[in-house]
Structures are given as structure tokens and as C-alpha cells.
Design a protein. Sequence first.
Length: 312
Amino acid sequence: MDAVLNVVLPVFGIMLAGYLVGRFNVLGESSGEALSAFVYYVSLPALFVVSMSRVEISEIFNVQYLLATGGGMLATFAVAMLIATYAFPNRLAALGLSGLTAIFSNTGYMGFPILLLAFGDQATLPGVIATVMNGTVVLAVATVIIEIDLNQKSGGLAILRNAFLGVFKSPLVLSALAGLLFSGIGLPLTGAIATFCDLLAATAGPCALFAMGLFMVGRSFTAGAGEISVLILLKLIFQPIITAWLAYGVMDMAPMWAASAVIMAALPTGALAFVLAQRYGIYTQRSTAVIMISTVVSVVTLTVLLNLLGIS
């Protein structure tokens, strides 16, 4: 538990710092929106470009790992959407963000440290693959769903056209694809450009977490408690169980890869779910509450999981 606490406490501490700064109005009323916009349009694109450019595309295609990780995400997303549709009805964009909140793991600030703690440098690649899936596939799917909702008045094929245009206008998706393109053509980012991107990229996680804290000032942590509880259960319990079944039962993966898939699935919800919600002004309170509460609860669930996996 001490090892997990050392990873979780700094993450939660940044959120708490943002909340306290907002509570005493140190930065002004519009600071949260400005900081969130900075993350969405500047620091996250820099992070995605430089991170994806350093990934060997050929190494991403570990089929069993992709199927276990992606299958766990897909099953959890479908269940989250189904439950929300009937138990917590809302507009399509909110349902999509509900599904995103249930599957989007905090791979960068929690996943990597825990994997390295468990398996050392050999676990870097599973962490990278999970991050690439989050940054490209998961974000793109969520953005498509949101854009379909926002373009419902267009009708017919225009809905799909506008939805996909919305995806390819997203700075997050564009920057991820640009990074993969640089990697694919063997054009590494070096020198001043790499340093520039690295400096901006380093601000993405802390600023997103801080912006969440600012956002929660004056808002209830308990509003929608039933829906929030369901999403946390799906994220911390259901997704890792499905992933474990696929990794160990269906495909009998190599132990390190199987355990890595389950650990990445068991992480709390990442701050980017809030950033996307804030960008569209939809589902922000629910996503923020899930991120904050799941981060705290994950101290227990991750500790239990690591012991079940025989990692100490």
C-alpha cells in the first residue's frame, strides 16, 4: 500500500491544491476554463506529438495485448452506455462521456510508475501501447459520439460527415496522428523542437489535475452519487475482471504482459476525461467526481490487485 500511496497521493494532492486555490479565489473565476483550454490546445498536443513520435509502430501491434486491453475497454464501454441509457438517461454526448469516464485509465501518471515498480523497464512497452490506445482510439471514438450528438440537426450523411470532421479537427487526435506519422517515416523530433515539446508536455498532467480542482469549487461531490458509484465500480472492478479473463483465460498470455494489461485496466479514471468534458461543456461534474473518487479508492483496489498478482 505504501508503494501505491506514493503514486496516488501526488496525483490527488494536485487536485486538492487546485480546489484550495479556487476556494480562496487566488486566480480569479475564469482560471479553471483558461487552464483547461491550455491543456486541451497546447500542452496535451505537445505531449501526444513527442510521445507518439518516439514509439516504434511495429512494437505497438502485440495482438494478444491489444485484444485483452481493447476487449476490456469495449465491454466496459458498452455496459456503461447501456446502464446510463436506462438508469441515468441523458443526451448522447453525455452517454458517450459516461462510457469514456468508465474506461479511460490514468496511464501516464499512475500506470507507468506502477508497472515500473512491478516489472522494471521491461514493462515500458505495455504502458506505451495502452497510452497510445487511450490517446488515439478511445479519444477518437468518444469525440465521434459527441460530434454526432452536436450535429443531429444536420440529418443523414451530414451527421457522419460533420462528426468525422470534428474528430479530425481535434488537436488531441491530430497531434497523436502527427506523432505516429513522424515515427512511421523515421523522422524523430530532436534538438530544440523536442525540448520545446517536452517542456510543454510536462505541464499537461499537473495542469489538468489542477484545473479539475478549480472546477469542483462550489460544486457537489455527491450530486449523481448513484451514477458516479456505478462508473467507479465499472472502472476499478469490472474492467480489470474482463481484461483478466481475456488475458489469462481466453488467450493465456505471457505473465508480464497479462499482468500489465490487468493493471492498466484497474487504474482510476484519467484526467483527460475531464479535459474532453470541459472542452464541450458536457458531463463535467460527473467525470470530475469519478476521477477524484476513483483515484482515492484505487489505493485499496490496486493494493489488493498487486497482491493477487503476486507483486509486492
